[in-house]
Design a protein around this ligand. Structure first.
Ligand SMILES: [Zn+2]
Length: 476
């Protein structure tokens, strides 16, 4: 099958571009067409970059690079951002418009680097709102496991596509998806759905056994050809499966990628001794990403810090499942690189503003102290550059430093829930919502403009996911 791109002159997009004065830029700005939804289509094409684009006159740009502006977030007032061929070229006041550059009017708006979701499970969109009175284990038994067993490639594609687009519209430009054991046709469908959205992504594959053949095949055949795709090996560290963990770590080393493990999300998982296992197999190091990490002892946090292990903090999920509250201040005090994660279905949405607010709120509620780590500047950094550092990709994304890939978000604060201006930095975290995300650029390409996903028939995406969910329920 071939893709069936949406005609370039579709009225909705034409209206949108005309409103922005960008109609002539359509081929450059909107290189994405509505991606195929069937799983048997060829791999997504290399993502075309967006040419030269000048974002003009933002009220505030948080570059996350102190060398570019004031304070720890590198703030620049009344600034422009220039992108060329997918790369940040400059951030500054009254930048000269290069010949041929497209101009996007960002006056009155806020620009931040794109959000980096360090831990998710997009396919779990199928169980949104489910098992709301269960803890982690009840949620596995009641929602995750039964649905996973019934997935088809087509259904999986529709759920992943839905959730990935939801993440994009919320300002997520990079995501790491920890994916359960799936057969090759399901993996193929999963990767194709991700690649079709234009988001920067990592597929963390949980191999079915110790044999690395399938892992290597998936990386080489499915991930390596996708320009914005990358690969990790996923595992569940536990004494009972220590040999399997070791095989997964060896596969990760052979492929030169990170190992990605859930660790001590629940207190009951103390019996698994995951940090001890990861230490015994030699995996503690900067090539290890641990998720949740709620119930670590002081000694374990110290070991994580000493070895420069990276961590994904998932406060919305931890709150929803009653898992506990990560000891974020202890990780911070010891210098651990920590990013934020939405964690798929357990938070039921891709709202990164809610995620940042919750990361602050849980720590304050536990400490009964509004001064504890993290503050708004801290969570904004964790949501962007901190996440990139945790993933080892901060040389490419996470800040608006010239030379990095152009992943950024434009936020429009002219909304009932956001205005009037008091402190935009605080308002991004405490007032922001996905609907305030006006534009999203990944690798210099507009995936969302004027508050709408570019070239995506959202109603169709929803319809297909709804139909797939209905079929799965009927099959049960
Ligand atoms: Zn998870």
């Amino acid at each position: 099958m071939q893709s069936t791109p949406t005609p370039l002159a579709s009225p909705s997009r034409r209206d949108l571009l005309t409103g922005l004065g960008l109609a002539a830029a359509a081929p450059l700005l909107l290189g994405v067409t509505d991606r195929p939804t069937a799983p048997s289509l060829p791999s997504a094409r290399p993502a075309p970059h967006g040419g030269t684009i000048l974002l003009r006159g933002a009220a505030l740009v948080l570059t996350m690079d102190p060398a570019l502006g004031s304070g720890p977030l590198g703030a620049v007032e009344d600034a422009d951002v220039l992108m060329r061929n997918g790369v940040i070229v400059a951030v500054g006041t009254a930048l000269r418009r290069p010949p041929g550059a497209r101009v996007v009017d960002a006056s009155g708006k806020l620009i931040v680097p794109g959000f980096v979701d360090t831990h998710t499970h997009l396919w779990q969109a199928v169980i949104r709102g489910g098992c709301t009175d269960r803890d982690l284990f009840g949620w596995f038994a009641g929602c995750t496991d039964p649905q996973r067993a019934r997935l088809t490639p087509a259904a999986l594609h529709s759920f992943v596509r839905l959730a990935a687009l939801d993440a994009v519209q919320s300002g997520v430009t990079t995501l790491v998806d920890w994916v359960d054991i799936f057969a090759y046709d399901l993996i193929e469908s999963y990767v194709r759905a991700l690649a079709g959205t234009g988001v920067r992504f990592t597929y963390a594959m949980f191999p079915p056994g110790p044999d690395a053949t399938l892992v290597t095949k998936v990386k080489r055949e499915l991930l390596d050809p996708v320009p914005l795709g990358s690969f990790q090996v996923a595992t569940h560290a536990a004494r009972a499966v220590q040999d399997l963990n070791r095989a997964h770590w060896e596969a990760a080393q052979d492929l030169g990628v990170m190992l990605n493990s859930h660790v001590l999300e629940r207190p009951e998982q103390r019996a698994d001794d995951p940090i001890g296992v990861l230490g015994d197999i030699g995996a503690l190091g900067p090539r290890l990403l641990i998720n949740h990490a709620v119930h670590l002892t002081d000694a374990e946090i110290s070991a994580v810090a000493e070895h420069d292990v990276r961590a994904a903090h998932c406060p919305l999920s931890n709150m929803r499942l009653g898992s506990g509250i990560m000891r974020l201040s202890e990780f911070r005090r010891r210098g651990v690189k920590v990013g934020l994660g939405l964690d798929g279905g357990t938070n039921d949405s891709s709202d990164f503003h809610a995620l940042m607010k919750t990361a602050i709120g849980l720590q304050r509620a536990r400490a009964t102290d509004a001064g504890v780590f993290p503050q708004v500047e801290d969570v904004l950094r964790m949501a962007t550059l901190g996440g990139a550092e945790a993933l080892g990709i901060a040389d490419r994304v996470g800040s608006l430093t010239p030379g990095k890939r152009a992943d950024l978000v434009i936020i429009d604060p002219a909304a009932l829930n956001f205005a009037p201006r008091f402190d935009w930095v605080g308002q991004i975290v405490f007032n922001g919502r996905p609907e305030n995300v006006d534009a999203v650029f990944v690798d210099g390409r507009a995936l969302k403009l004027g508050g709408r996903l570019v070239d995506i028939d959202t109603a169709r995406v929803v319809r297909e996911a709804e139909a797939a969910a209905t079929r799965l329920r009927a099959a049960g």
